[in-house]
Design a protein around this ligand. Sequence first.
Ligand SMILES: Nc1ncnc2c1ncn2[C@@H]1O[C@H](COP(=O)(O)OP(=O)(O)OP(=O)(O)O)[C@@H](O)[C@H]1O
Ligand SMILES: C[C@@](O)(CCOP(=O)(O)O)CC(=O)O
Length: 194
Amino acid sequence: MEDRVFQPRLVLVFSGKRKSGKDYVTDWILESLGPQVCCVLRLSGPLKQQYAQEHDLDLTQLLGPGPYKEKYRADMILWGETQRRQDPGYFCRLATRGVRQPVWVVSDARRRTDLEWFKSEFPRQTQSVRVQCSEETRKQRGWSYTAGVDDAESECGLDSGVHFDWIITNEANAPSLEEQLQSILKLAEEAADL
Ligand SMILES: Nc1ncnc2c1ncn2[C@@H]1O[C@H](COP(=O)(O)OP(=O)(O)OP(=O)(O)O)[C@@H](O)[C@H]1O
Ligand SMILES: C[C@@](O)(CCOP(=O)(O)O)CC(=O)O
């Protein structure tokens, strides 16, 4: 009950392909704004927590950037989709429960329903951000094409027909993150009355 009453001032909903740097960019924003103002919310957090428990896996490694989680990704996607079919907002609600910072940074929207949930709960506050980079850069960061993952909704659900308010290019030959994120940080600082 109490959770529905709290209204964040700004909700930045990030999406992007595997190894585009969603976690890296959202962690960068958290460092810039600080934990009093900003909270990074991972929709995959509660999913991985429940999946790890059911399958007796190492949650810390599932949450990290290394290769461990990739062994389980295809099965985790299917497992999560069973929950989402019954209730598309299930992981969004869990990830936002009890969060009290004024600026929410959602690091991993993957499906239309993820973005739609935030837009319908927080229509005035929600802004969408796409993180992109070349396949070459993703490969250098450890990505390789995996059928059943890279051709599934989890990776392709927001590929087309979606308007993004902001697009960040996260690779070496692009303008610095500092430069590209300047306007978003300003918006967040204004929203948080800093
Ligand atoms: N701008 C950058 N400079 C240096 N390293 C980066 C940069 N962006 C991403 N990386 C590194 O690339 C790897 C993948 O990045 P990250 O985990 O943020 O991607 P992701 O989009 O969250 O991937 P996944 O969907 O697999 O979780 C990480 O090891 C991260 O530290
Ligand atoms: C299972 C899944 O949540 C894994 C996400 O892992 P990560 O955000 O790439 O670390 C992807 C999905 O929900 O489709």
